[in-house]
Design a protein around this ligand. Structure first.
Ligand code: FAD
Length: 508
């Protein structure tokens, strides 16, 4: 048999690569990938460089690797089956919806066969999740607790270490002015990465109709992400040693000059298979047990990795294909062009979009409470925002953006969000330093220079009243909407209309 290794399955530690140490390996680098979406150039650089490094590491370890650079998977398989007619391939089940069927069709067309085995890049097997749930709806907190029990991570017998399952309450601080953020680990491109970069530059020529920026993500900063197992392990060391202690407290905070805060920056390595979920949480727990990191930081990190990451993967698996186009609020606005160009006077969006343009990254709270929240309030069609996230982020894959953007960010389906993550400028001001230098007034709701988050927040509640008022978690905010008189509501609606026009013209 031949082991087919997909570009996000770069691990020798599990799956068919581990189980079949003597078998031939095949990898296909498909350049057509570049033309599917207007990707940030760091994304194909990351994936192709990591694939080539992985190929070289396998060869150094004595394995035979057929590495095809082809326009499409179809072309790659054509070459492969000319060389190895009737070959039988085995691979880990692809994470993307329909991936197995697409691969099987291509392979069988060339006379081969495909066997899939479970995807071991995750801790929770599909059968375990399916047994746990009778959803939708799915409830994360309950899933997370079941994962803690199942894995024994941060458990003291049957009880959670420290007595609480969740220390979220302690994860909402903002850093003092004198906070010195930890150094961000950076991995200089080597010869292999430089070759990929130059190839990407030559082939990444834009021409995407929906990208008003013409396919150009401006002038990105130097490429910085880990592309080998060794580098990913160094990134993990750097996180545990320098960043983990502050991770928890400042998890939800935004500081304009600190794009990484104390986040782990491990999502690219986890999503490519360079790191596994068990090793990253075990390192964090060791740091807690050694007294090097507080419980609220370590629990917060463990929750993201064994909770949210596993959870969204299974929600995607179960809720696709409907999830991709889910739109229960009937949101129909186009994504404003400034998401691509970064040209906006709103200081918070400007900073977050600038980060995406420069690095293909924004941290979780920028993704959720700035970029998604704004799109939710404006009424952007969820699939459009999903496409933007998928194109712009180095760690984006369809299985992870879709539940996060369509459901968590835009409340598209109700599969797991108990209410929309909608917030006004009050939240942004509390959790960030963006508002102090902004051209919009954080305390104004209507009138010239009132913060769009405020107008759009009340307008969102008003527009979606028939669907949201009966949600018991929305009772309080609707009681505040009820305090507004007719004149105020009319002014809000008028200004929201005006803001939508200005957003469409990129004049916000
Ligand atoms: P940290 O903040 O350090 O968190 C640690 C790890 O937990 C992450 O590396 C990630 O593996 C995991 N994690 C945390 N939250 C989630 C979550 N909600 N879903 C899945 N994994 C999670 N994550 C991606 O990997 N790719 C995406 O394309 C992506 N798009 C997102 C879009 C939106 C609208 C939102 C709200 C979240 C998205 N996330 C995505 C989840 C999360 O924001 C990123 O994983 C995180 O910001 C990556 O940075 P980090 O590695 O520094 O994470």
């Amino acid at each position: 048999m031949t082991v087919l290794v997909l570009g996000d399955q770069l691990s020798r530690r599990f799956g068919p690569l581990a189980d079949r140490p003597d078998d031939r390996v095949v990898m296909i680098e498909s350049s057509g990938f570049l033309r599917r979406l207007p990707y940030h150039p760091h994304k194909p650089t990351l994936v192709f460089s990591a694939m080539r490094h992985f190929r070289d590491a396998l060869r150094e370890a004595g394995r035979t690797v057929d590495y095809y650079r082809a326009e499409t998977f179809e072309d790659g398989f054509e070459t492969h089956f000319e060389r190895h007619p009737d070959d039988d391939l085995v691979t880990m089940t692809p994470a993307s919806h329909g991936g197995t069927e697409r691969l099987r069709t291509l392979i069988e067309r060339h006379g081969g066969t495909l066997t899939t085995v479970p995807d071991e890049r995750f801790l929770c097997a599909p059968g375990t999740f399916d047994e746990w749930t009778d959803g939708p709806p799915y409830r994360h907190e309950s899933f997370y607790r079941s994962m803690r029990r199942e894995t024994g991570y941060l458990m003291d017998g049957d009880d959670p270490v420290g007595g609480e399952w969740n220390y979220d309450e302690q994860n909402r601080e903002t850093p003092p002015d004198e906070w010195e953020p930890p150094t961000v680990p950076t991995f200089e491109p080597d010869e292999t990465t430089r070759r990929v970069q130059s190839w990407v530059r030559d082939h990444h020529d834009g021409g995407y109709e929906e990208a008003p920026y013409g396919g150009d993500w401006a002038d990105p900063e130097p490429f910085r992400w880990p592309v080998t197992r060794q580098q990913a392990r160094r990134a993990l060391d750097a996180f545990v040693e320098d960043r983990l202690a502050d991770f928890g407290a400042y998890q939800d905070a935004m500081v304009e000059s600190e794009w990484a805060m104390a986040h782990s920056l491990l999502s690219t390595s986890l999503n490519l298979g360079l790191l596994g979920p068990a090793e990253v949480v075990e390192r964090a727990i060791e740091a807690y047990e050694a007294g090097d990191a507080p419980l609220h930081s370590v629990e917060g990190f463990v929750r993201q990795v064994i909770g949210w990451r596993e959870f969204v993967r299974h929600v995607y698996r179960r809720e696709m294909p409907e999830l991709a186009t889910a739109n229960q609020l009937g949101a129909s606005e186009d994504l404003p062009a400034f998401f691509w160009t970064g040209e906006t006077d709103m200081a918070c969006l400007d900073a977050a979009i600038d980060g995406v343009r420069k690095r293909g990254y924004a941290h979780h709270i920028e993704r959720l409470m700035l970029l998604s929240n704004f799109s939710l309030l404006l009424g952007v069609e969820p699939a459009q925002l999903n496409r933007w996230f998928h194109a712009g982020y180095v760690d984006a894959f369809h299985w992870v953006t879709t539940p996060n953007v369509v459901e968590m960010g835009l409340y598209g389906s109700g599969a797991f969000a108990t209410k929309p993550y909608a917030a006004s400028a009050n939240y942004v001001d509390k959790m960030s330093d963006h508002c102090s230098d902004c051209q919009y007034y954080k305390t104004k709701t209507t009138g010239e220079r009132a913060c769009p988050f405020n107008t759009l927040y009340w307008d969102f509640l008003d527009r979606n009243e028939s669907q949201l008022r009966s949600n018991h978690r929305m009772g309080l905010v609707y009681s505040h909407l009820d305090d507004k008189d007719d004149d105020q509501l009319t002014a809000i609606r008028q200004r929201a209309d005006e803001l939508r026009t200005r957003a469409a013209d990129s004049e916000l």
